[in-house]
Design a protein around this ligand. Structure first.
Ligand code: PLP
Length: 327
């Protein structure tokens, strides 16, 4: 109860949102929160709309629930965001949910208040659609205040907010995630979670209360450091020919289009797609990345900058060198 109350305090303090503790479900990480929601909501054949690129787990969880993933393909030139028209066109009588993250992993896209308002106009017309809003990168936002779609009162009951302590508080290993939703959805998730895990570790819960109710200065300092790293990583990436990289508005990844390297070879290894390129970079530069295909965007590759500036510089120097060998 004290952690659920702390989540309510945080939602009021940071997002001006009113929730009661019975609307909050705490889980072993936001990943379990997402699993709880999708397994509680989605039945065989139900459709879940997910704009690309999306966090890899989303589509896999929909498949586990025997639902159908309906992708909206976005692109670098559209800022990797789905428009209201695209969402409207994707909705069918079988649509159960719309699932997105803002700030987005992997693209770093952040939906503005105006863009969310346009989406809200669509969702208002389709009250059967649950909006799953993954806000775990809330505090790692380079463009201003975090906007939650739940702040639009007219659709608040359609929204399930997903959040957790892994990113903003760097408490990944503590495994604390949570949702805020209507009481009926919360009860459905609780029923399911009660059979899976009972609940998250009580020691971590106490740490969660401290994180959520004390001042945000360490988080803000961390976000400032991420701003410095983002600037540096963009300088390094833009020195490399053949990479098209947009500036992330949030989170700690870059998601450049590297498809100009597909079809090339270093004389031994042929690079046909994002998986081959990631393996080549891993085996020759000893830097790990994640293939864009896993996020629904095969032209791109995801690189994290959640590492020290010296390591980022060392890693990108190596990547530059191995890419220059591809002809
Ligand atoms: N949502 C997004 C967009 C993520 O990137 C992650 C972790 O990478 C999670 C949720 C899950 O976080 P956790 O399970 O560590 O709370």
């Amino acid at each position: 109860m004290d952690l659920r109350e702390a989540v309510c305090t945080k939602l009021k303090r940071d997002n001006n949102l009113d929730y009661a503790p019975e609307q909050i479900v705490v889980s072993t990480g936001a990943k379990q929160s997402l699993a709880n929601i999708l397994l509680a909501l989605v039945d065989e054949g139900d459709e879940v709309i997910i704009p690309t690129p999306y966090w890899v787990t989303y589509s896999e969880l929909v498949k586990i629930a025997r639902g159908k993933v309906v992708e909206i393909r976005t692109s670098v030139d559209k800022g990797f965001k789905a428009t209201a028209e695209e969402v409207e066109a994707a909705i069918t009588p079988n649509t159960k949910a719309f699932l997105f993250s803002s700030p987005c992993n992997p693209s770093g896209a952040v939906y503005s208040k105006e863009e969310l308002a346009a989406l809200v106009e669509v969702f208002k017309k389709h009250p059967q659609v649950t909006i799953i809003s993954d806000e775990i990168y809330e505090y790692i936002n380079y463009v201003g205040e975090h906007e939650s779609i739940a702040q639009f009162e007219e659709i608040k009951d359609q929204v399930v907010i997903v959040n957790g302590l892994s990113k903003g508080f760097a408490m990944t290993g503590w495994r604390i995630g949570y949702t805020a939703s209507t009481v009926s959805i919360a009860k459905g998730m609780e029923k399911l979670q009660g059979q899976f895990t009972s609940g998250t570790c009580s020691i971590a819960q106490k740490a969660g209360v401290a994180a959520l109710t004390t001042d945000l200065k360490p988080t803000e300092e961390m976000a400032e450091e991420f701003t410095r790293r983002k600037k540096r990583v963009l300088e390094l990436v833009n020195e490399i020919p053949g990479i098209v990289c947009s500036e992330p508005d949030g989170a700690f990844y870059i998601f450049p289009d590297m498809s100009s390297y597909y079809g090339k070879s270093d004389g031994e290894i042929f690079i046909k797609d994002s998986a081959d390129l990631c393996m080549y970079i891993l085996n020759t530069a000893h830097v790990s990345s994640v293939m864009g295909a896993a996020f629904g965007e095969p032209n791109c590759v995801r690189f994290s900058f959640a590492n020290s500036l010296p390591n980022i510089e060392k890693g990108w120097a190596r990547i530059k060198e191995v890419l220059s060998k591809l002809k």
